[in-house]
Ligand binder design. Structure first.
Ligand code: NAD
Length: 494
């Protein structure tokens, strides 16, 4: 799908550039936060500056709706019809939602249109279609007993979202949580609330009861913390940084021991063995490293290459990288937009200096494009000679800087790949099936892709090991486990 720069502006203008709270029966308050686009740092609108009182109101409505059964007690088929209608509306409004994510997060419009929104729509259809195909179990008992194992919605679910894939992360959490009958309160990232606002409006249009789905916009330390500490929230499903994930565990421990599901950061390895098909690997390696300006949890930010093929691989990567145009993300041919905000830009930029100081060798990029818009545009950058002791090897940068490290033996490659506190994703390249199976089993990550970069698809569970998160998975039928609890009903024949 192609959309011109003017069309992006137009779509965004047609859409609401205000993201306020959507809580049944409650008028929003007047406190507003400025919303600036990272494209040129201009003011594009406002979001509501929500607070703990808004969360109290949203939880009360959510709990009442759950207890009254307004949504929960509909048959799966009835909920499915509403969810399908919602999916259809999202599909119809795809260009508008893509434009909102583009201007709100600085994401390339081509990615929003061709990847994020199709995946968002697919997620809603998939969970809508799945809900009337979920079965419980019957325990193997004697004739005198009957044991039913059933899965019930948990109750009030808080969905706390990051800014890097605003519409898609909304879909990953809200679609399965709502589909099984919970009441859901969404807290979008303060940097990117626009598409969440429109998605909730479309939900109401489709027939989702207002009490079953609320939106509370605002700052993490106000709205996010209030949700995490609320005594009547049953589960918080969080996607974001490991540091904030840690806080949610604390909020839960200090309140009602609500279930916490964490999808956090990563420092994913890409390993290239000497028998890899290098030509075929190049586009995958670059996509893993630089897709979405590397503001991607599964970003393959550590390239671990056999020393025999490193030089030729680097030469090809540097050549192919020239096609990755840096610029205004509203333009259809741009692959690298701005960093999402100035503070994040400064953090990413600091890694350029740190890596040079620590001994990394710059082989591509390294420039800031001060001449474009906000000036928060960083060229896709590759550093060679990065050792496992260096900051670039250890820390999640969340910006377009790739670390290259070489190895001699398979054991060394596996040790380097696993030398991280994270374990979200990994990819590796080899044409030897025995090596592929062995390495796939040895790599400590929730998703391991072979001869390509992939997070799997809607049918496969996504989530990490170690400090990349735990407590449940997004995607696949497994996502339902986050949002349901297992009950046994035991009949005794008298
Ligand atoms: P973040 O942790 O700063 O924010 C995530 C959410 O938490 C936002 O809604 C924010 O408002 C809220 N928040 C912030 N501070 C809070 C506080 N003190 N108390 C309560 N809530 C608070 O993350 P981000 O910068 O929006 O997103 C980037 C991070 O998300 C990266 O680390 C990335 O790896 C991770 N991520 C992980 C996945 C995954 O599936 N594993 C997917 C996307 C992003």
């Amino acid at each position: 799908m192609k959309i011109s720069q003017e069309q992006v502006f137009e779509r965004a203008k047609q859409a609401s550039l205000w993201a306020g709270n959507l809580i049944e029966g409650h008028l929003g308050h007047q406190h507003k936060l400025e919303n600036r686009t990272p494209i040129d740092n201009s003011l594009i609108g406002y979001i509501e500056d929500g607070d703990a009182e808004d969360i109290d109101a949203a939880v009360l409505v959510a709990r009442n709706t759950f207890n009254q059964g307004t949504w929960r007690d509909l048959s799966p088929q009835e909920r499915k019809i509403v969810m399908l209608k919602w999916a259809e509306l999202i599909s119809k409004h795809s260009e508008e939602l893509a434009a909102l994510d583009c201007i709100d997060a600085g994401k390339p419009i081509s990615e929003c249109l061709n990847t994020d929104l199709p995946a968002t729509v697919e997620t809603f259809y998939w969970y809508a279609e799945a809900i009337d195909k979920l079965f419980g179990k019957i325990a193997p008992t004697s004739q005198q007993e009957l044991g039913l194992i059933i899965h019930e919605p948990i109750g009030v679910v808080g969905a706390v979202l990051p800014w890097n894939f605003p519409a898609q992360m909304f879909a990953w959490k809200v679609a399965p949580a709502l589909a099984v009958g919970n009441s859901v309160i969404v807290k979008p990232a303060e940097l990117t609330s626009l598409s969440a606002f429109r998605l909730v409006e479309l939900a109401y249009e489709a027939g989702v009861p207002k009490g079953a789905l609320s939106l509370v916009c605002g700052l993490g330390e106000k709205v996010g913390e209030a949700l995490g500490r609320h005594h009547d929230v049953d589960v918080v499903s969080f996607t974001g940084s490991t540091d904030v994930g840690r806080l949610f565990l604390k909020y839960s421990a200090e309140s009602n021991l609500k279930e916490i599901v964490l999808e956090c950061g990563g420092k994913s390895p890409q390993v290239v063995f000497e028998d890899a098909d290098i030509d075929a690997a190049i586009p995958h390696i670059l996509a893993a490293a630089f897709w979405n300006m590397s503001e991607n949890c599964s970003c393959g930010s550590r390239l671990i290459v056999h020393e025999k093929v490193k030089q030729s691989l680097l030469t090809q990567l540097v050549t192919a990288l020239k096609d990755w145009k840096v610029g205004d993300p509203r333009l259809a041919d741009v692959a690298i937009g701005p960093m999402v905000e100035q503070a994040h830009f400064e953090k990413v930029r600091s890694f350029l200096d740190i890596t040079i100081k620590e001994g990394g060798r710059l082989v591509a990029g390294g420039n800031i494009h001060h001449d474009i818009g906000s000036g928060w545009y960083i060229e896709p950058t590759i550093f060679d000679d990065v050792t496992s002791q260096m900051s670039l090897f250890k820390h999640e940068v969340f910006g377009p800087i790739l670390a290259v490290t070489s190895f001699k033996t398979d054991d060394e490659a596996i040790a380097l790949a696993n030398d991280t506190q994270y374990g979200l994703a990994a990819s590796f390249y080899s044409q030897n099936i025995h090596r592929a199976l062995h390495v796939a089993r040895c790599i400590n990550a929730g998703t391991v892709s072979v001869n390509g970069f992939s997070e799997g698809n809607i049918t496969t569970p996504f989530g990490g090991f170690r400090q990349s998160g735990f407590g449940g998975k997004d995607n696949g039928l497994e996502a339902f486990e986050q949002y349901t609890q297992t009950k046994v009903i035991w009949f005794i024949h008298q």
